[in-house]
Write a protein that binds this ligand. Sequence first.
Ligand code: F6P
Length: 551
Amino acid sequence: MPAAPYALESPAWQSLVEERQALANFSLRQAFTDDLQRFEHFSLSACGLFLDYSKNLLTANTLSKLVALAEACQLPDAIHALLSGAPLNNSEGRPALHTALRRPLGDKLILDGDDIVPHVHAVLHRMSELVSKIHNGLWRGYSEAPITDVVNIGIGGSFLGPQLVSEALLPFAQHGVRCHYLANIDGSEFREVSSRLNAATTLFIVSSKSFGTLETLKNAQAARDWYFAKGGDAKLLHRHFIAVSSNTQAALEFGIAEENIFPMWDWVGGRYSLWSAIGLPIALSIGMSNFKELLSGAYCMDQHFASAPLAENMPVIMGLLGVWYINFWNAQSHAILPYDHHLRNFTRHLQQLDMESNGKTVRRGGQPTASNTGPVIWGGVGCNGQHAYHQLLHQGSPLIPADFIVPVSSHNPLADHHQWLYANCLSQSQALMRGKSLDEARAELAGQGLDDASIEALAPHKVIPGNRPSNTLVMERVSPRRLGALVALYEHKVFVQSVIWDINPFDQWGVELGKELGKHVYQRLTGSDDSRAEDASTQGLIDYFRGRHRG
Ligand code: F6P
């Protein structure tokens, strides 16, 4: 793919600089007054999702300039390159083909002369077999009892995506197999998880693309030690340990039986891998047919991403809006606010998806970026956030664009609770947009009978700036298909932004240094290296640790 011109050097970027200046006094309240069709003009549907982006700081002119920027960056070509398997992960010389994992049987996707779609479906078939054996009680542990608990041992993309989806789709959980997640190296997590388990009826899934991640290997070792300590039969270890990895050799050397190793490919990044066998915990929780519904929802969004005109393309619109705020309004973070209990971990998955993809300041060709890039992704479930951090969203100094995500109906209707949940979601977005002027605050206080002096003292504290942007994503109810579309939507939003910023969203070199240094600190902590640390802080903290643990 020929290199596109760098966004910042394009006339389209300069045009947006001018647009930002032209919108210096833009008022969202006024914009809704001026255009009674604003909601219709700035909303769109795709794959069971409805996006209202009318509460954004933009006009039709702004939108067309953002689309022009996307065109200047040759976004349509980049989308085609992504979906067709071009080596967009240029620093590792790999494609990023997480979309291949949800291609239907019969599709063709040639990579290095080989059609990879049949391989994807062969693994799906193996997943199907395992899930039905476990669900039908045919997979027995060493005492011949059926499996009751599955523990996913993995971290990062080998944990967050499966956890998010399993929790989001809990209403679809079936067959009584309980799924647990063991990610951190902290022994307290191992203790907490294992205390709930019976070794005879527990299956461990060691999920690690590299099969070299410290936390995962240590936990897998601890799980095996625990299995033996609980009386597990060494000859029947294969009934209690399976692995998902692209490093088959390492999994074999750990002691996983070959027939228990589910492959994953190097053209799937960890944070994009829940659609692969890494998603086994999901399939074990909700069943394979629901897992395939999840895949089909993502496939629908892939098709939309590939074919919808840029100005009607949901991931493109969301990606461009993020660029607008980050690069022209100096937003440093983006809030994800799901108003759905089962989606409470969605933000955590998006943190890795977005921040490990676009948390970079080097362009694809190695030059430093000349603009801000990936934002801090944060947030959490509503209504809870209203009683925690929404104060800052409404009256704080930073401008923080927010995505509200809310289903129209609940899996667990309770009196009028869902109506209140939905009402709160909309009212938070409305309050961010409308705010409250000083005059309105004064009138409100006068209406409460306060005297003039009290009004003048209190009114300034009740002013809400307003004009704060948000998107609202609505769906009928959270389902496997709609959730698949939602996750894929954000995967593609992240990709859109990476194209504008000319960065590679599919590598993660930034996490290597910490891992390397960690080994040296460990050796100094444990005394196997008596050299001093490179700096007094690290050395002082090592001494503190050793001082408290000596003797
Ligand atoms: O954080 C670095 C990282 O490599 C992530 O990209 C990945 O999801 C995680 O660690 C786990 O890696 P693996 O699946 O290879 O154990």
